[in-house]
Design a protein around this ligand. Structure first.
Ligand code: 9L3
Ligand code: MG
Length: 140
């Protein structure tokens, strides 16, 4: 019988905030964090017992300083990636309405980019396959 490695599944949620020009917000992972320097869709780990939408609302307040209401979060698709020590499963939501102006509350850089310009950024391996879904939804 072959050995099966125990599966460590990490559930992370991410969101594409979309502005009136159809640009998407990306956040640069700060130095010292895993994957530092890469541009990602904001989000984070779902805590035990937490609803994914509640995670996003919490993470957006903590990291970006914006307030979102749950009905404004629309699920778009899923990403997944197998790292050496864990598998990541990551639903991507789309959000077009929030209050407050996005700021990098953890010292991270933020920028707004057209969906097609996401291709020019260094992104985590889970985020990159999401680009075509945003190009489809919002245009290039
Ligand atoms: N991650 C990848 N893409 C994203 C997000 C929000 C997170 N858009 C990965 C990076 C870490 C893990 O998920 O490996 C947990 O994220 P965090 O809690 O360090 O932000
Ligand atoms: Mg995070």
């Amino acid at each position: 019988m072959s050995e099966v490695a125990p599966l460590r599944l990490l559930l992370v949620v991410a969101v594409a905030l979309v502005d009136r020009d159809g640009r998407v917000l990306v956040s640069q992972r700060p130095p010292g964090k895993q994957l530092a320097g890469l541009w990602e869709f904001p989000g984070g780990k779902v805590e035990p017992g937490e609803r994914p939408e509640a995670t996003l609302i919490r993470e957006l307040a903590e990291e970006i300083g914006v307030s979102v209401e749950e009905p404004c979060l629309a699920p778009l698709t899923f990403a997944s990636h197998a790292y050496e020590s864990f598998h990541l499963l990551m639903p991507l939501y789309v959000c077009r309405r929030w209050s407050g102006t996005p700021r990098g509350l953890e010292g991270q850089a933020l920028k707004w980019v057209r969906p097609s310009a996401l291709r020019d950024l260094a992104m985590p391996p889970a985020d990159e396959p999401l680009i075509p879904f945003l190009v489809d939804l919002l245009g290039p």
